[in-house]
Design a protein around this ligand. Structure first.
Ligand SMILES: Nc1ncnc2c1ncn2[C@@H]1O[C@H](COP(=O)(O)OP(=O)(O)OP(=O)(O)O)[C@@H](O)[C@H]1O
Ligand SMILES: [Mg+2]
Length: 133
């Protein structure tokens, strides 16, 4: 089970994480639309880390098995946390003057999406998966 870890501190790291996600998706056999879905979702989540927490970690893991190709990505930080997760997932809600499109957009792009957040520990987990044929 291969895992890639990228420390997130600035917008260059966001680009690195995005590229790593795309590369792993390509190597595992996901099509170009799926590669873009994962890259875009990772970009949004890591951008939030830079914006709202300052620093964090992005871990991209190949969890493929005999039945499916599967990439699980966890983006975590030790920032202030997301106090109202339902609100944060609403299209258009932003506490920072943004579009409020990042989290709801990322959620739509992948098969599984979850947020665990308390002050000092926020983890957003996304899964891209396809059945093998
Ligand atoms: N890692 C995080 N830590 C703390 N709060 C967060 C984090 N990620 C998201 N949020 C909160 O959730 C809200 C919604 O996030 P989302 O990415 O959807 O929108 P945005 O970042 O405000 O704008 P956009 O991504 O469209 O530029 C944010 O405004 C912020 O309040
Ligand atoms: Mg955002």
């Amino acid at each position: 089970m291969e895992a890639k870890k990228i420390e997130i501190k600035n917008s260059r790291d966001v680009v690195t994480a995005r590229k790593m996600g795309r590369k792993m998706a390509l190597e595992l056999g996901f099509g170009s639309a799926d590669q873009t879905r994962l890259a875009t979702a990772i970009s949004e989540l890591t951008r939030n880390v830079v914006q709202y927490a300052g620093t964090g970690l992005c871990t991209i893991t190949d969890q493929s098995n005999k039945n499916e190709i599967k990439i699980v990505t966890a983006v975590e930080d030790a920032g202030p946390g997301i106090s109202d997760i339902d609100k944060a997932l609403e299209q258009g809600y932003s506490s920072g003057g943004g579009m409020g499109a990042g989290l709801p957009g990322a959620k739509r792009l992948v098969q599984e999406f979850g947020i665990d957040s308390v002050p000092g520990n926020t983890v957003v987990t996304i899964t891209l998966r396809r059945k093998k044929i």
